[in-house]
Write a protein that binds this ligand. Sequence first.
Ligand SMILES: C[S@@+](CC[C@H](N)C(=O)[O-])C[C@H]1O[C@@H](n2cnc3c(N)ncnc32)[C@H](O)[C@@H]1O
Length: 207
Amino acid sequence: MAFTFFFRDQQVLERVVEHSLPNLAGRSHPRIWDAGVAMGQEPYTLSIMFAERMGHFAFNNLRIDATDVESNGQFARVIEAAQYPKEELERSPEGILEKYFEADGQPGHFRVIDTIRRPIAYQRHDLLSFQEIGHGYSLVLCKNVLLHFRPPERIEVLRMFHRALAPGGFFASEQTQEMPRELASLFQRVIPDVPLFRKVEGGECGS
Ligand SMILES: C[S@@+](CC[C@H](N)C(=O)[O-])C[C@H]1O[C@@H](n2cnc3c(N)ncnc32)[C@H](O)[C@@H]1O
């Protein structure tokens, strides 16, 4: 269930980053919530993608809150160490390994460089608590997680994401994820070929 890898769903993520960038760049302290991150490959991928596209100043103020339900602390330790086996990085686009990873002593392993690690703040969080970790997010990403929930749970989690988003903020998921009909008044699809939705104000949540 924790299967993931660097640059998974690369095309989806690139479109998400491209569309959410103007909203993020317009904020003094842009914040992203990446929910269900497993061992951190996804938030580090996001951090790399934003580093590639954002100005130095804006990127320095970016924060990515990464969360997962895993409870024995293993994910937290891996994300903190930010050290991954070379085989895990082999699907990354050309030049990424050399630019954003460094050898750190353990043979066959590479560590994410500090610039890319800095925006990531990990905490344990259960999406099925239906309690948002904060508010004012410009982007909430929750990929390959909602499919494991029952439809009523999925709806409550999406309502929670709606509350967590800033006005005009974006929600993104994996390619096969549909927005439930019940939430049509809360989220508007941004582009037809990518599961990217913009928060609609004044929906039934009243936020
Ligand atoms: C398949 S991984 C997805 C990783 C990454 N988002 C991706 O798309 O590659 C699913 C992750 O969701 C997490 N997860 C499952 N149930 C959850 C819950 N109730 N709250 C938060 N995370 C959960 C699992 O621990 C796992 O790390």
